[in-house]
Write a protein that binds this ligand. Structure first.
Ligand code: ZN
Ligand code: ZN
Length: 434
């Protein structure tokens, strides 16, 4: 006896013994291996779970063997049953017609595809009868359809996902979370028109919530509709609170349009002000200023983006690359290093040193002890002035005030004034002694 015949015998034995689940499994397997197997279809019709399936099995028998008496009798009985009671919708209990995918009374989808194996099964089945994949409970409505639609997408069953998405939408009703999920489904299915319509609907219902504006704007940007995207973001700024992400998105739109970098930098600066930790905004500002040749500003924002990101993230890498682009030969810390500080101090110190040297008849040995002190104070003054005015992040200030160096405008003024005072006093002292 061949393998298929063995399976058939085991299936028939199981059906006779009342083991319907086992019989169903074996006989279904036989029909999969040999779809023209009349005895398998006939026996299967006795162990399937629904009238619909039973009718299908018997019709298959009659297609293969039109004179099969058992099948004719079975169908006759089924028709009599249907005429008498009919099959009922598991959702609303209405009597169902013999064909059709949805209940005409409540709109319930009556057969659904299994996301894993693709087999169609009754909506009331909670697991797939073929592969045992959990299918969920249709009575949970939107949650049920949404989970199925997402599972179809995960299994690349685009056609069934597209087929079920309107059912998710119908079940979602007014629920904003479900509607946002439905819009995301339409986006995944490349149905931008439906997705945009749902976002518009969400915006109309929740005008203070920035999320739907952001999603709709991103959709328009993705489609290359920059003017539409800009309008949506500006609408969000008018109606919802000034959200950093909306400002950032708006800046991106301006950046994508030539000659609008002025507007872009305005919005980016507002992002950096509202959300000082917004690393993408700092990176965008660094790029913008670099393109405009404003190296110190570009460097400052680039450094900020670097400080706010991890080197292994995509953003972190982009920020580090940008810093290298802005400062191709020397690093920022080198530029504000001791060498640069010394160069500037010498510039300030020169008039003092020359005066003291002239007073001492051009001999360093004859410079008086108080004049040496004055020179020292002058040098300290020059350092403080330089730190406040030009190099707030030099190594000395970083050691004194932390990583950011001299940041606050107030302390910059104080340090600068003390430095200038010291320098002037030292200069006055040396000149007076001459
Ligand atoms: Zn119904
Ligand atoms: Zn399945």
């Amino acid at each position: 006896m061949d393998f298929i015949s063995q399976l058939l015998q085991r299936g028939i034995a199981a059906a006779r013994a009342g083991q319907t689940a086992e019989a169903r499994r074996l006989l279904t397997r036989v029909t999969e291996l040999d779809e023209n197997n009349v005895p398998a279809w006939l026996w299967l019709s006795g162990v399937v779970q629904t009238m619909r399936d039973r009718r299908l099995c018997l019709e298959n028998v009659l297609t293969l063997d039109p004179t099969n008496a058992a099948a004719q009798a079975g169908l006759k009985w089924l028709n009599a049953q249907a005429a008498e009671v009919g099959e009922h919708c598991p959702g609303c209990g209405a009597v169902l017609p013999r064909s059709g995918k949805t209940c005409p009374a409540c709109g319930l989808l009556l057969v659904i595809a299994c996301p894993a194996c693709g087999e169609y099964t009754d909506v009331s089945a909670q697991t797939c009868p073929v592969c045992n994949e959990p299918l969920g409970d249709f009575r949970t409505g939107a949650a049920y359809y949404l989970a199925l639609a997402q599972a179809y997408l995960d299994h690349s069953r685009i056609f069934v996902a597209a087929e079920i998405t309107p059912f998710v939408e119908a079940a979602a009703g007014d629920n904003a979370d479900y509607l946002a999920a439905v819009a995301a489904l339409y986006e995944a299915l490349r149905n931008s028109t439906r997705a945009a319509a749902i976002y518009e609907q969400l915006i109309a219902k929740h005008p203070m919530d920035a999320t739907a504006y952001l999603r709709l704007g991103a959709l328009y940007q993705h489609e290359g509709l920059l003017d539409e995207a800009r309008t949506i973001y500006q609408q969000a700024l008018e109606k919802a609170a000034e959200h950093p992400d909306v400002l950032f998105a708006l800046a991106q739109v301006y950046l994508a349009q030539d000659g609008a970098s002025q507007m872009a930098s305005r919005y980016l600066q507002r992002v950096a002000k509202l959300a000082p930790e917004h690393a993408p905004a700092h990176l965008a500002l660094a790029r913008l200023y670099h393109a405009q040749g404003k190296t110190p500003l570009a460097t400052a924002h680039g450094e900020r983006a670097v400080a706010l990101t991890q080197p292994e993230t995509q953003l972190g890498q982009a920020a580090r690359q940008e810093i290298k682009r802005i400062q191709p030969t020397q690093s920022y810390s080198l530029q504000q290093g001791w060498g640069e500080v010394t160069r500037r101090i010498i510039g300030f110190f020169l008039p003092l040193g020359l005066s003291a040297w002239t007073n001492a008849q051009l001999s360093a040995l004859k410079i008086s002890f108080p004049a040496w002190w004055a020179l020292l104070f002058g040098a300290v003054g020059a350092y403080l002035w330089t730190s406040a005015a030009e190099l707030p992040q030099n190594p000395g200030m970083v050691a004194l005030c932390g990583k950011e160096g001299l940041t606050q405008q107030g302390s910059k003024w104080a340090v600068g004034l003390v430095g200038a005072g010291l320098w002037l006093a030292a200069f006055a002292f040396i000149l007076a002694k001459g």
